[in-house]
Design a protein around this ligand. Structure first.
Ligand SMILES: N[C@@H](CCC(=O)N[C@@H](CS)C(=O)NCC(=O)O)C(=O)O
Length: 216
């Protein structure tokens, strides 16, 4: 199994967490997103992560997670009950579409020296307040984000919440997690997992290499 991408990416790290939780053997291949023929051949949107196993390439983190679940069902990252499975999927979708996507518009300002645009920062801040409140209405952190078992939604939540918090901090916006009760305890609980500690250590090293010590 080969995972292509960069350890600074939340989507890459979501998949890496699943590989680690399932104790699968995998190789990491450092590849930056690009619109080059070499990348587009395996990841037609030019995005990372993408994944290769037994001669097949898969892109899109949710598709890779599903492949891993079918390939190796234990430990489960997709709940067995229909209602829980749907809830985990719903939460994961909310996180990708309504948390990551708006915050990503400020990525250049937060980390890549793009001049701050106060209007855009304010708009994203407001959108995130609305969307986090919607997310909060479907989760009850007990103790995991979709119930009593770790699921793929937790992997996306942990990696994306960390990124979005860092983006808003760097751009002077408000804390996007402030409206979710118990989220601090949840993030702390997640950060105790060996898989998360490995991913965070690798991410910090990659950030240092990319930004010379300025982490996010
Ligand atoms: N929907 C994709 C999103 C992946 C994504 O946006 N990756 C970022 C890095 S974190 C990327 O490749 N960005 C470059 C681009 O959008 O061109 C997934 O779930 O894998």
């Amino acid at each position: 199994m080969k995972l292509f991408g960069l350890a600074v990416s939340n989507y890459y790290n979501t998949v890496k967490l699943a590989l680690l939780e399932k104790r699968l053997d995998f190789e990491e291949v450092a590849v930056a997103p690009a619109q080059t023929p070499e990348i587009l051949e395996h990841s037609p949107m030019g995005k990372i992560p993408y994944f290769q196993h037994q001669g097949q390439y898969i892109c899109e983190s949710q598709a890779i997670l599903f492949y891993l679940e079918v390939y190796q069902p234990t430990p489960r990252l997709y709940p067995t009950s229909a209602a829980r499975a749907a809830l985990a999927q719903q939460i994961h979708q909310f996180i990708d579409l309504y948390v990551d996507a708006p915050a990503r518009r400020l990525l250049g300002m937060a980390f890549f020296g793009q001049p701050h645009d106060p209007e855009m920062i304010k708009a994203v801040d407001q959108e995130l307040k609305h969307n986090m409140s919607a997310l909060n209405s479907i989760i009850s952190v007990s103790p995991f984000i979709a119930g009593d078992q770790l699921s793929h939604a937790d992997l996306a939540a942990f990696t994306t919440f960390g990124l979005v918090q860092a983006i808003m901090e760097q751009t002077g916006g408000s804390d996007p997690l402030a409206s979710i009760p118990g989220i601090g305890v949840y993030m702390e609980m997640m950060s105790q997992r060996p898989s998360v500690q490995r991913v965070q250590a690798d991410q910090a090293a990659a950030m240092k290499q990319l930004f010379g010590g300025n982490s996010g």
